[in-house]
Design a protein around this ligand. Structure first.
Ligand code: XMP
Ligand code: MG
Length: 174
């Protein structure tokens, strides 16, 4: 792990992440005041962001998870598959989908389309990172913690071939 860490350049520290996640949670708390949203995390990449975010959302809410796969290593393999659907009903609910990165837009677009089939009351999306320069599908997230250039980032839930997810910071591989 020591040698692997030497190849990483920190992009966002634990403190910078915590501060932005906290701001986003406050916005959600205000926007959903009096509501009871169902907050759906996208596994695996969003697990750490999701846990930190919902911990600071100060209103009643419920949580669930979906799993989507579109990447193999560093490269998109194009087709998005939902290999795990949420357990809780979304019909009539205010849904917030929480994803790690909005990149080409295909993953969130697919997840939102699937959720919309079950007639939710509303659907919004929250992302840790937005890479607008990579977009191939027209998609805008409602809550964005950081906009970043076209860099492949790891840590804080994000992986490269399943490594680095446990790092408390976000880094670029040198
Ligand atoms: P799309 O292209 O569907 O991609 O918007 C979203 C998914 O791609 C993964 N992704 C990354 N994963 N570092 C990662 O660890 C990155 O820089 C990166 N860029 C995209 C991510 O899993 C996201 O769910
Ligand atoms: Mg992902």
């Amino acid at each position: 792990m020591e040698i692997e860490r030497e190849q990483l350049q920190v992009l966002f520290t634990r403190e910078q992440l915590a501060q932005k996640v906290s701001c986003t949670a406050k916005r959600i708390t205000e926007d959903y005041n009096g509501k009871n949203p169902l907050i759906i995390g996208v596994l695996n990449g969003a697990f750490m962001f999701f846990a930190d975010l919902v911990r600071e959302v100060d209103i009643p809410c419920e949580v669930d998870f979906v799993r989507a796969e579109s990447y193999s290593g560093k490269f998109s393999i194009g087709e998005v598959t939902l290999s795990l659907k949420g357990k809780l009903p979304v019909c009539g609910r205010d849904i917030i989908i929480v994803e790690d990165i909005l990149d080409t837009g295909r993953t969130l677009n697919k997840i939102r389309e699937e959720i919309l089939k079950d007639s939710p009351k509303s659907v919004k999306t929250a992302v840790l990172f937005d890479k607008p320069s990579r977009r191939t599908v027209d998609f805008k997230a409602d809550y964005i913690c950081f906009e970043i250039p076209d860099l492949f980032v790891v840590g804080y839930g994000l992986d490269c071939d399943e490594k680095y997810r446990n790092l408390p910071f976000v880094a670029v591989k040198k």
